[in-house]
Ligand binder design. Sequence first.
Ligand code: IMP
Length: 183
Amino acid sequence: MSQPEYVIDQMISAKSIAARIEALAREIRTAFAGTEKLVVVGLLRGSFVFIADLVRELDLPVEVDFLEASSYGEAMESSREVRILKDLRGQIAGRDVLLVEDIVDTGFTLDHVVKLLQSRNPKRLETIALLDKPTRREVDVKATWTGFEIPDEFVVGYGIDYGQRDRNLPYIGKVRFTEPAAG
Ligand code: IMP
């Protein structure tokens, strides 16, 4: 699918992200102090950069696992029906789990995945989202920890894409179209 032309305006710098992750990691370390091993579950694909930086700040024994849920696909609209495309490799029953999400937008994804993981009876399940767009919420969910609350803008970078582009930007930027959408 072809995309309209756009430019990216920086919204959150790499330095601000790093500082925020350091602070979040301190809170998570305290919350899970004494854990035998924390299972850090990254929600693919948007969380892959975030989880990589976060686990390196967590001075705890961790295991990393991944789960992939269907989301926007190539479009900018969230799908209400969440499907699991790739499930966890490991068991989480009786274990401490931290679910790592890139953005909470309508909330459908987080709500669905939290319910799925809860049904597997973890000892404790907490959630962290790098970004939150509270004004877009359709399902009443909130991550235990949030990196940054942002306005209703379409963002890319730091693992987050627009049609599989721009995941490798080191900062979070907002997409600004430079030509009117076709049609
Ligand atoms: P939700 O189910 O509507 O909360 O959507 C969550 C998922 O939609 C996120 O994990 C992202 O993959 C995707 N998403 C939401 N907002 C954006 C955005 O601004 N840019 C890129 N992807 C987004």
